[in-house]
Design a protein around this ligand. Structure first.
Ligand SMILES: NC(=O)c1ccc[n+]([C@@H]2O[C@H](COP(=O)([O-])OP(=O)(O)OC[C@H]3O[C@@H](n4cnc5c(N)ncnc54)[C@H](O)[C@@H]3O)[C@@H](O)[C@H]2O)c1
Ligand SMILES: [Zn+2]
Length: 340
């Protein structure tokens, strides 16, 4: 897969972890987390300098960004150095932002090791850290030079993380790709499923297509990728990020499919199918926090798609199609949540 952007192109290549590590330039600065280091550190190139951060969202902080930048400086990084993010979305976002900032920009390779990072965060050029005030508030568009996708890395990913990543895979099918839905519905997917490499590639190619059409998120096209995310982000926030992103998005997709039907945007019967398919994958489709309606609505108003005229949602038109719907008032959202 070749991704075009305003400053050039990058290649997404599929390989084993071993081949990916051999594909890194000599003397790269590998940013990783403790879990990935424990599982795959033995394959990191001997010439690399390894910067290991604690696992989890808390590493996407200003403090950890400064730590990373200073460690780059202290270990002799120069203008021509290469940063390689070897890990999930947390490592990718942190390392990518450090690469964008250090000496106004270092070469940057992505090696996504979680399913979510492979199908979602590795393509699109967004990098960021969080502030206590909110997620991803300090960031940049900084496309990598190359993305190396190690499909075998998913073998060591905890099952819950794998399943959460599958929510984004289903999302891709629901919004864009009826054939993908048909492929997925045969049976639940595991990390050694023979369908997986082609499914990951398909999701990456869809993401490529959408971000190429709207690189800087200005036309609304890119926002269609946010199906399930208006509600999902609000749920994540309410759970104080104890719920995994993919789990929140799974529940969000069910609620937003119902909302779409209520608004007459989504073909009748679609929400029931979305629910059954996600359930079959072992993903959550409801949770107690859905009853906290006022708080959810308040959180949704903070969504970056929301405008002065109301909330915005990427809604399904049918299974395999979607559109961005703006100016949605609170009432139908409350009505759908009340039925939960
Ligand atoms: N930049 C973007 O476009 C974009 C898009 C979507 C999400 N994100 C960001 O991505 C982050 C979530 O990414 P994530 O779900 O990958 O979380 P993560 O990076 O925290 O990884 C999830 C967990 O899996 C572990 N892990 C990862 N790969 C592993 C492997 N191969 N073997 C064993 N353990 C492994 C990690 O240590 C971590 O504990 C969020 O911060 C989100 O904001 C960014
Ligand atoms: Zn997502």
């Amino acid at each position: 897969v070749i991704v075009r952007h305003s400053r050039g192109v990058y290649d997404v290549r599929f390989s084993t972890m071993q081949e990916a590590m051999r594909g890194l330039p000599e003397g790269a600065f590998v940013v990783t987390d403790e879990n990935v280091q424990a599982a795959w550190g033995h394959l990191f190139p001997p010439t690399s300098t390894v910067l290991t951060v604690p696992p989890g969202e808390s590493s996407k902080s200003m403090a950890r960004l400064e730590w990373t930048l200073r460690l780059l400086a202290d270990s002799g990084a120069v203008r021509s150095s290469v940063v390689a993010a070897v890990g999930g979305g947390v490592v990718g976002d942190l390392a990518g932002l450090a690469a964008a900032l250090y000496m106004r920009g270092l070469r940057y390779f992505q090696v996504p090791t979680s399913l979510l990072a492979q199908v979602d965060s590795s393509v699109g050029g967004k990098v960021a850290v969080d502030l206590p005030e909110g997620k991803n508030l300090v960031g940049a568009f900084y496309p990598p030079e190359t993305v190396l996708v190690p499909t075998d890395a998913l073998q060591t990913l905890p099952a819950r993380e794998f399943r959460a990543g599958m929510a984004e895979v289903w999302k891709c099918g629901f919004i864009l790709d009826r054939d993908l839905v048909e492929t997925l519905r045969q049976r639940p997917m595991g990390p050694d499923d023979p369908r997986l490499p082609s499914v990951v590639e398909r999701c990456i190619d869809w993401k490529r297509q959408i971000v190429e059409e709207d690189e800087y998120e200005t036309t609304g096209r890119r926002a269609i990728l946010n199906f399930g995310h208006t509600v999902g982000h609000a749920l994540e926030r309410l759970s104080e990020y104890r719920m995994l992103h993919g789990e929140a998005v799974s529940i969000g997709m069910v609620v937003e499919a119902k909302l779409g039907e209520r608004l007459g945007v989504t073909q009748e019967g679609t929400a029931a199918q979305v629910l059954a398919l996600l359930c079959g994958e072992g993903l959550p489709v409801e949770c107690a926090d859905l009853a906290r309606i006022d708080e959810l609505i308040e959180a949704m108003k903070l969504d970056k798609k929301a405008g002065p005229d109301g909330l915005a949602f990427s809604l399904l038109t049918f299974l395999g199609g979607c559109k961005l719907v703006r100016a949605v008032s609170e009432a139908p959202v409350r009505a759908v949540l009340n039925l939960e």
